[in-house]
Design a protein around this ligand. Structure first.
Ligand code: F6P
Length: 545
């Protein structure tokens, strides 16, 4: 047994937290700022080029102390040691969880089943470097001798979201290769992507940890057939590469060994962008930028491993999320990046966070009696301000939100960046401070608004405030900063899973739907007849009619 089986709700710290929640008013954040004079500074962490301000939260110093007690009582320190040293903490699949090994710049040996995995990692990295350089520089060409212009990543879930998010995030550093992503089994998706492509100059990277995923295999087969309309079977070797743990299945597909990039069972799909799953990233921005991203992640790993809990960014942010989910019973959490480059960041984190911690059975197999993961969502600011922020400011739901912004823009347009960041700061201030009825009345009076009109509209212009946010202010969106940011959220997932006493690294919850889809497909195709609930039965009848 690698991780403890401590029911967090039965710890002393949990009881103390519940008493504290019931007795002390922590929801009036504005008052907390008045009573804790140094709050802005005390509730902040400066690390490398990151400044984390968590002072605008519905918690006091006492709350933080009790949350840290909770993390200690459930054995977080021991769990962190297991996480990094290759213990099989993914117990239901008997696997280690070692995405951190992929970026470990210091390790000479990390053993899995008695074998040192560092030489294997380095070998695949060397292969990725050589391959991406050759494609970018036109040393490897397509079947008619032309240099590649386009790359299509064929994968889904972790084999799509990570690379797609990072390629978009690092677009500023992108070379001449144009990246495309095909994920959905919807044939219209693949056809739309193929529409603009030239088979002579397009490279296809099939990414699937298992190489059994229906969506990816269907898309890869459709694409290969499309390719063979103009090229011949022997040309597949030049135009297709694959990333997987399942090398036998790849060779059945016809991909040559030199273009096969290995990954390992100890890398979870949703944490795999640091492995050869990141090949599309290396192709888009060059291998050196890919390595810089890994270095940034490694720095965050070191921070997480060695920093006392009170100043440890992933731990502090996890504890804040636990406080809202388990005591305030908040159901959701927003992640709002103030850069268009991070437009896929929330979608990426939805898989990372919700596939990991969306669990209702504890590590002993019992139904939990407390809440686990919240719904994660978000869109870049300022677009989201003009979409769903109304609900955040004046709705009835408690929505803790992470605001992620950068001190410097990449293109250096100060005018735009100042406007962007003014909005960034204004929103968290507005969410905190709100606007009282007195302030609203005063504004009307200053404008000379008719008293009758003013009194009618005034109630609707009140903002209650006290809406919690974290501010993550980072120097600039470099590959290294992005690596640190992603690693931060990865560790946050881990910490919350440890505290909730759940297994974060399996995903059995995605299996039932896949199984039923296989059965329904054979019914739709007419080869079998199945039993369904009345609603599904009728829907299938209408679909087939
Ligand atoms: O949706 C379940 C899942 O297993 C994810 O965890 C994974 O990232 C995705 O499917 C794709 O799997 P594969 O890389 O094996 O094709």
């Amino acid at each position: 047994m690698s991780l403890s089986r401590i029911n967090p709700a039965q710890t002393k710290a949990w009881t103390a937290l519940q008493d504290h929640f019931n007795q002390d008013n922590t929801s009036d954040i504005k008052s907390l700022f008045k009573s804790e004079s140094n709050r802005a500074k005390d509730f902040s962490i400066q690390w490398n080029n990151f400044y984390i301000d968590y002072s605008k939260n519905a918690l006091s110093k006492k709350t933080m102390d009790l949350l840290i007690d909770l993390s200690k009582e459930v054995g977080l320190s021991e769990a962190i040691a297991h996480y990094f040293n290759g213990t099989a903490i993914n117990e239901t699949e008997s696997r280690a969880v070692l995405h951190t090994a992929l970026r470990d710049k210091s390790a000479t040996a990390i053993n899995v089943d008695g074998e040192n995995i560092i030489p294997q990692i380095n070998a695949v990295k060397a292969q990725m470097k050589a391959f991406s350089n050759d494609i970018i520089n036109g040393v490897k060409t397509g079947y008619t001798g032309k240099a590649f212009t386009d790359v299509v990543n064929i994968g889904i879930g972790g084999s799509d979201l990570g690379p797609a998010m990072v390629v978009e995030a690092l677009k500023f550093y992108q070379n001449h290769l144009k990246l495309h992503f095909v994920s959905n089994v919807d044939g219209d998706h693949v056809q739309e992507v193929l529409k603009g492509l030239n088979p002579e100059t397009t490279l296809f990277v099939v990414v699937s940890k298992t190489f059994t995923t229906q969506e990816t295999l269907s898309n890869a087969t459709t694409i290969k057939n499309w390719f063979l309309q103009t090229a011949s079977q022997k040309d597949v070797a030049k135009h297709f590469a694959a990333v997987s743990t399942n090398t036998q299945k790849i060779s059945d597909f016809g991909i040559v060994p030199a273009h096969v990039f290995t990954m390992w069972d100890w890398v979870g799909g949703r944490f795999s962008l640091w492995s050869a799953v990141g090949l599309s990233i290396a192709l888009a921005v060059g291998y050196d930028h890919f390595e810089e991203m890994l270095s940034g992640a490694f720095e965050m790993d070191q921070h997480f491993k060695h920093t006392p809990f009170e100043k440890n960014i992933p731990i502090v942010l996890s504890l804040i999320s636990i406080w809202y989910a388990n005591f305030y019973k908040s159901e959701t959490q927003a992640i709002i990046p103030y850069t268009q480059y991070l437009s896929r960041f929330s979608a990426y984190l939805q898989q990372g966070i919700m596939e990991s911690n969306g669990k209702c059975f504890d590590r002993a197999g019992n139904r939990v009696s407390y809440e686990t993961e919240t719904v994660i969502w978000g869109e870049p600011g300022t677009n989201s301000q003009h979409a769903f922020f109304q609900l955040m400011h004046q709705g009835t739901k408690l929505i803790p939100a992470d605001f992620i912004g950068f001190k410097k823009s990449l293109h250096g347009d100060t005018d735009h960046h100042n406007k962007l960041m003014a909005n960034f700061f204004a929103q968290t201030e507005a969410l905190l401070s709100g606007k009282t009825r007195t302030q609203v009345d005063q504004e009307f009076a200053e404008k000379g608004t008719d008293a009758l009109v003013a009194s009618k509209v005034a109630p609707f212009k009140v903002f209650e405030g006290n809406k919690p946010t974290n501010t993550l202010l980072i120097d600039q969106l470099t590959p290294s900063a992005l690596g640190s940011l992603i690693a931060l959220y990865e560790h946050k997932i881990f910490v919350q899973g440890v505290i909730w006493n759940i297994f974060s690294y399996d995903q059995w919850g995605v299996e039932l739907g896949k199984q039923l889809a296989t059965n329904i497909l054979s019914e739709i195709e007419g080869s079998t007849k199945g039993q369904h609930d009345p609603s599904t039965q009728l829907l299938l009848k209408i679909f087939n009619s």
